[in-house]
Design a protein around this ligand. Structure first.
Ligand code: NDP
Length: 409
């Protein structure tokens, strides 16, 4: 009976939830891989954004449908899944929708892929505990939930797993360095969803050391790092969600840190906005109506999806890894360089959306092909990194490696 049902089910259907900067890249990349993605449905809160994407890409081999959905409501997602019958749901809406979409996948028997950990709307936690708690439910349902299939988390996690598999007997330290040397010409704008971005940047820094977490005030630890094709850049220690899963999934690792670049201009604006209370997620009453300052700020800032045509320059994101191979100290640096304008020419988005959307498509592709299918809830570094690394090279995110990078002490 089960076999009959499976035989009737069409293969190669993905439901993409969200129609923002990242979703747009996912849609373009699915359409570039029609052998896997025979049909997609783009569903989001604002249907006109889904229709605009369909209008741009219709006529190719991948069939495209659109739908309106409020993904905060599990019942609506269930209804949509039951009518479209996808093999996988690619969640590129916001982290607030992760659990409702996971619940809908469980109720309908569909695999799940996302790029960011669940966040409760009222507190920024950057923790996987809520999603990891679904492990048994996905195991029992025989479904795969693939968490964090963006760039960071995502590619940087796969880079770490790849280093572990091929170049190290023991990894001692991982430094993830995320540099965006792009310039969009605005005095202040964020490269992806402003609310998520600002919540991340204004949180305390934290890194993993000797089995414990060391906390630092926001953006208080700075270094200058000389990156290929970019040059010396200010980078700041931050907490980032992949540190939590990598500290569990890379056996014996002693230290993991995450560094991100910010321009002086960005930091000055952010400081002022913070000082006047505009980055707060505590609701305030304004003219009789409750508003969240950070959500109001989001409404004032440029839409990240509009930065594409204006942004010039490159991103360089990678991992500097130290450890031991065959009894000798080993250093390995693996990174990707992406050019904002080349991304825009290809898919109409800047590199930050591009570097997130491509790996989201690849994660979904590997799940759909059965290569990365295992009942349960997994972070990307828990699967074999090789097929993912291969697909990065084929789908616009080629990576480079070096065994003698500039040290980062
Ligand atoms: P955008 O804000 O550009 O897009 C979010 C989309 O989700 C919008 O289309 C929005 O609809 C839709 N949405 C929001 N709420 C709902 C809802 N309740 N139901 C249905 N749709 C909804 O964000 P980005 O594209 O920049 O980011 C998408 C995701 O990617 C985020 O989770 C972000 O954290 C993650 N990300 C991950 C990175 C990584 O490397 N791992 C890097 C960058 C981003 P509407 O248009 O109506 O607002």
């Amino acid at each position: 009976m089960i076999f009959e049902q499976e035989a009737e089910k069409e293969l190669g259907k993905a439901l993409i939830i969200g129609a923002g900067g990242v979703a747009s890249v996912v849609v373009h990349k699915c359409c570039q891989n029609p052998d896997v993605f025979e049909e997609i449905c783009i569903a989001s809160r604002t249907k006109s954004k889904c229709d605009a994407l369909k209008d741009k890409l219709d006529g190719g081999k991948t069939k495209i449908q659109t739908a309106q959905v409020d993904a905060d409501k599990t019942e609506e997602v269930i209804e949509l899944i039951n009518s479209f019958k996808p093999d996988v749901v690619i969640n590129v809406a916001l982290p607030y929708q992760d659990l409702t979409i996971m619940d809908a996948c469980l109720a309908t028997g569909v695999h799940y892929v996302d790029t960011a950990n669940y966040e409760p709307p009222d507190t920024a936690k950057f923790e996987y505990k809520w999603q990891w708690a679904y492990k048994e439910k996905f195991e029992e349902a025989g479904l795969t939930a693939l968490l964090g299939s963006g760039f960071d988390p995502g590619v940087t996690s796969v880079f770490s797993a790849y280093a572990q598999k091929h170049y190290f007997d023991e990894i001692h330290t991982i430094d993830i360095v995320d540099v965006n040397a792009g310039d969009h010409g605005y005095p202040f704008a964020t490269n992806f969803n402003p609310e998520i971005n600002i919540r991340e940047v204004t949180a305390n820094g934290r890194y993993f050391k000797d089995g414990d977490w060391v906390e630092t005030p926001p953006l208080s630890v700075k270094k200058v790092y000389d990156l290929p094709e970019i040059g010396p850049t200010d980078i700041y220690l931050m907490y980032h969600e992949e540190l939590e899963s990598l500290s569990k999934n890379i056996p014996g690792v002693k230290q993991i840190r995450f560094w991100m670049s910010f321009s002086e201009r960005y930091l000055t604006h952010l400081k002022v906005l913070e000082n006047v209370g505009m980055t707060s997620i505590e609701p305030i009453v304004f003219e009789g109506k409750e508003i969240i300052p950070l959500q109001f700020l989001k409404a004032l800032l440029p839409d990240p999806a509009s930065l594409g045509p204006r942004t010039k320059g490159k991103t360089n994101i990678g991992c500097i890894i130290n450890g031991v191979k065959d009894g000798k100290p080993q250093t390995y640096y693996v990174y990707n360089i992406c050019d904002h304008q080349e991304c825009y020419r290809e898919v109409g988005s800047q590199a930050v959306s591009y570097t997130t959307g491509v790996p989201a498509m690849i994660g979904a592709m590997l799940v759909m092909k059965g290569i990365w299918q295992k009942p349960g809830v997994y972070n990307v570094e828990e699967f074999d990194p090789d097929p993912f690394m291969e697909e990065l090279n084929k789908n616009g995110l080629p990576w480079h490696e070096s065994f003698a990078p500039t040290p980062l002490d």
